[in-house]
Design a binder for this molecule. Sequence first.
Ligand code: ADP
Ligand code: MG
Length: 655
Amino acid sequence: METLIDIRKVSKTYFSGSFKVEALKEVSFKVNAGELISLVGPSGSGKSTLLHIIGFLDRPDAGEYYFAGHPTASLAEGQLAAIRSRMVGFIFQMFHLLKRTSAKDNVMLPMVYSGLGADPKKALDCLALVGLSDRVKHKSNELSGGQCQRVAIARALVNDPLIVLADEPTGNLDAKSREEVIQAIKDLNDRGLTVVIVTHDEEVSAQTRRVVRMKDGGIVSDEIRSPASGAIAAPKARSTTLPKARFGFSPSEIAEQFKAAFKAIWSHKMRSALTILGIFIGVGAIISLMTISEGFMKSLLSGATEDDAKKVWVSPRHERGKPRRPLSYGDLEAIRSGAPLAEKITPIVSGSVKASAGNIHVDARVQSREGFTLEAQRAKKNIFENRELKGRFFTPADNLSRARVVVINQTLATKLFGAESAVNNEMRLKNITFTIVGVAEDNQAEQIFGGQPTAYIPLNTASKRVFGQNRLNYVEVMAPTPYDAAEVRKQIILALRKSRGLRDDKEDDFDVRTFEAQIQLFKENMGKVSLVVYAIAGISLLVGGIGIMNIMLVSVTERTREIGLRKALGAKNSDILSQFLIEAVTLCLIGGGLGIALGLGLGWAAYFFIKVPPTLGAGTVAFAFTFSSIIGISFGFWPALRAAILDPIEALRYE
Ligand code: ADP
Ligand code: MG
């Protein structure tokens, strides 16, 4: 008869504190294929320790173990996992079913880790064998103790093991369930399976043909009873070549890893929600900044024409929000004579004033520029970006006569006149009475979110009547081509320094910007703001990452026994590592996804102040998700690794 288990002088010693417990003392023990053996003895005599060593859940300190003729001392962890998965079926006193999981899924689990693919039909067959066909969909908490143990027996069978090992399988059961379980185990043996059953119940051992007795870490008797209590069954013909270690994952393994990870997150919804808060806020902060600055760039560039690229802007340098020295009409003349390359030179006056109609007062922006009237006549719509104009625009004659005529935008019209038509009504700017000759439609974004109240008036009216004599806010200069803009800028700087009498050692008290320089400046300012936001976001993400790590450590600790069980059923270290990494990364991705939504929301909230719609590019989304995954992997790795390298039997014993 073939020898399946051959244990020679195996010892196992435990140290707990200064105590030394010799759980096994040079035990030798053989099991032949097809036997049904009961291992009996008082508590603490070493039965479980021996069974764990036989089942590759634990290793001996000394001695030799041959399994189906193969020495096992030098087997690596990966190969042990494969042997547990394919050769051994373990049944525990505590059943160790997966919580909140159906009987069928519990039975499927060893198949998942075998790499051969999970076959639901086989799981159902095994459940039928133990008489549980009518409890397939019941979850572990909806089954009696005896039924749970029979599910565990079905689970031990599902991968066609060479040997089934049962550690006090009836210890937690009442008399009737005990009979059912014993019968199920005896049936297995009748079909040719080799079974070793640990028990301290003489009634159980009385039903097996061979009884091995242990005491104080040694075997004290090994007797074969009369054939009356069962003959040796003919063992099943089966290959006894040891399976190789497997690398990589089968599809069903990957599916199980995701399922376990999602279940863990879903069963702790509140905790998961709090965990991702840091990632949520951090990613949200970064994304809001990115969408806003992308929106800025987009509107800057999309609104830009070749004319914009030709423009050179001259403005007084500001100090604490006020111009240090205003631009004057004298400066305008200096530019006209000192910058021969410049093509068109346009003075612009603008400012904030109180606009009133009747007893309604609104803070409004007033804008006017030389040539406003002519441009407006030539391309009435262009000046308002194709917006409709109700009424008319002002004429050159209006400008010459400093007429008190005004064109206002819809926002201001609505504020002052409500639904009433504003055209041909009167209003006051700085208490000067104007006639409204036209109303310009708001653009689309302004229509949705409300625009800034704006009034357009002739330049002469603005400088002579509203803002005082000699004050310009900007001068807009056009270079003949975009490439000349830099040269024009140089000429303007020289001319203005001369006209303003700046000595060589004084710095400019004005700014001359080309379109390119303006974009550059915008980027620089954005960069300064970004630095602050990124620093805050970085701290939030770090705290978030540590939160993830913390919760993952809790999750691993909570599920130590589940990890032990998975390993006992054949899960590789990499299966466990991957399962927990998926959990951490999924948490981070949820946080990141919500963070994107938060960022976009903040971007739209900022729209009320800066009037630039945020833009969410595919690159930004990809960045957020990649970033979240990296956080998940880096902060989840250590907890996942701790789970992966847990010792199966220590994990199963964990309280
Ligand atoms: P049995 O299953 O026969 O009741 P065990 O094999 O579980 O006995 O234990 C044998 C001895 O080894 C006992 O004295 C027990 O206290 C000790 N022992 C078992 N596991 C450990 C452990 N992980 N650490 C320390 N001592 C242990
Ligand atoms: Mg025990």
